[in-house]
Design a protein around this ligand. Structure first.
Ligand code: ARG
Length: 470
């Protein structure tokens, strides 16, 4: 097959070179953006008098036909034509003749691929924003449902202090809000129009880059032609957002795996969201949570891959940059799939409220509250800590928990102890009393629920804004 760049070559390309060089197998995913970008470019060339108006019209009609053919599955992508850009352009010229051969005026594949990637990223950012909002809603819904569900909070994976499942999930809800903010930052990076940079040094033709930006709804235009074709920081920003989001999802997954074990038995996944074992008939495995934890590794890998690919490259375009795509596409798919499956997994899981309550009542997670009790009676905290530490050691020695020690026994440790210490030890009261801003008190979380709904409404408004700028 004749190459679009064949003029200076006197031999056919080696077959392995064709296969090694080609990106069509994965960059065909950019076909919509490639065609839309070319339509905008052709329209601009005609408007600026760089190509005849009738050629512009022919090109645009031809590109629309190609789009329809691809969507109908009537387009065969050729490896010999290397990438999506040359596949589309070659087909166009085949169909409309000379006019098609004018499309690439004042353009290079270097700025073309950058344009496609920016547009594609904007579309995916909007889709991910929608899925992220949906997931945040699921987290908030389960949190609201469990506003009174007591459980131990952990540090070092040791029972620490009583909290509610709501408070625990709200922690994730807050992390996800920051992920949403980071995603908006990714949008900002992608919303800059590179076309018109040419291969490296712009063009001699009187193009109007701002017209192209306007046609394609870009907010900004790259103002240095070399920067526009060199950098992939927008991909790195996406992968860094994706890595952080997956890190959060992975931590939640780790907890859900633990909680679904017989040892914890805090939750049970719905049968539709768990899997069995081919050998052990009794097994019900949390594969989804495990896979999310596992897939986090490969998203990190894509971030490291892209950073490493870019680090030694001299300006401007180098073919190494073609390596920006597969990892990015895979990260997009992984994040979208994860958010989708996870929302329903959370909404359908059963929370074993009694098991959680039992865990928080048969342990020492109320010890800080006993120390605080002594502080309220006038003892300095450090001494109160010491006294309660001794009470805990005594209880452990006698096979008891704090509420089971008699008041006479307590008096031996401090005269300040009275009968009312039992009230302070009640896990429900421990939680209710932690009213400091951001604390787990029921009243505090009730405020967070209201705020959470407001944040989600703001995010939805932001999403609508993004959709209008696609
Ligand atoms: N397939 C290429 C890529 O993804 C398009 C740009 C090719 N440019 C070039 N000068 N060979 O990076």
């Amino acid at each position: 097959m004749a190459k679009l760049w064949g003029g200076r070559f006197s031999k056919n390309t080696n077959e392995l070179v064709d296969a090694f060089n080609a990106s069509i197998d994965f960059d065909k995913r950019l076909y919509r953006e490639d065609i839309r970008g070319s339509i905008a470019h052709a329209g601009m060339l005609a408007k600026c008098g760089i190509i005849p108006a009738e050629d512009g019209e022919k090109i645009i009609a031809g590109l629309k036909d190609i789009l329809a053919d691809i969507e109908a599955g009537n387009f065969s992508f050729e490896v010999a034509l290397e990438d999506i850009h040359m596949n589309v352009e070659a087909r166009l010229t085949e169909r409309i003749g000379a006019a098609g051969a004018r499309l690439h005026t004042a353009r290079s594949r270097n700025d073309q691929v950058a344009l496609d990637m920016h547009m594609y990223m904007k579309r995916e950012v909007a889709e991910i924003a929608e899925l992220l909002i949906r997931f945040e809603k699921a987290v908030l819904t389960v949190a609201k449902k469990h506003d009174k569900t007591l459980m131990p909070g952990y540090t070092h994976l040791q029972r620490a202090q009583p909290i509610t499942l709501a408070h625990h999930l709200l922690a994730y809800f807050n992390m996800l809000q920051r992920d949403f903010r980071r995603l908006l930052g990714v949008w900002e990076g992608a919303d800059m129009m590179p076309l018109g940079a040419g291969a490296i040094a712009g063009t001699t033709f009187p193009i109007d880059r701002f017209d192209v930006a306007e046609q394609l709804n870009f907010g900004k235009v790259y103002c240095n032609s070399m920067d526009a074709v060199s950098d992939r920081d927008y991909v790195i920003e996406f992968l860094s957002f994706a890595s952080t989001l997956m890190m959060h999802m992975s931590r939640l997954s780790e907890e859900l795996c633990l909680w679904s074990s017989t040892e914890f038995a805090f939750i049970e996944f719905d049968d539709a969201f768990a899997t069995g074992s081919s050998m052990m008939p009794q097994k019900k495995n949390p594969d989804i949570a495990e896979l999310v934890r596992g897939k986090t590794g490969r998203v990190y890998g894509h971030l490291m891959g892209m950073l490493t690919t870019a680090k030694g490259l001299p300006l401007t375009y180098n073919k190494d940059l073609q390596e920006d795509k597969e990892g990015f596409f895979d990260a997009v798919d992984t994040v979208k799939f994860t958010l989708q499956v996870y929302a329903d997994m959370l909404l359908t899981m059963t929370v074993n409220v009694d098991k959680m309550a039992e865990a928080v009542s048969k342990d020492f997670s109320n010890a800080t509250d006993l120390a605080d009790y002594l502080v309220r009676k006038g003892l300095p905290f450090r001494q109160a800590h010491e006294v309660v530490g001794k009470c805990v050691a005594y209880a452990i020695l006698n096979g008891k928990f704090l509420p089971e020690i008699s008041i006479e026994e307590y008096k031996k440790f401090s005269e300040l102890f009275e009968e009312d210490l039992l009230v302070a030890l009640e896990p429900y009261n421990c939680v209710a009393a932690r009213k400091s801003y951001g604390g787990p008190a029921f009243t505090e979380n009730a405020k967070q629920f209201v705020l959470g709904d407001e944040v989600l409404a703001e995010q939805e408004a932001k999403l609508a804004e993004l959709m209008a700028k696609l």
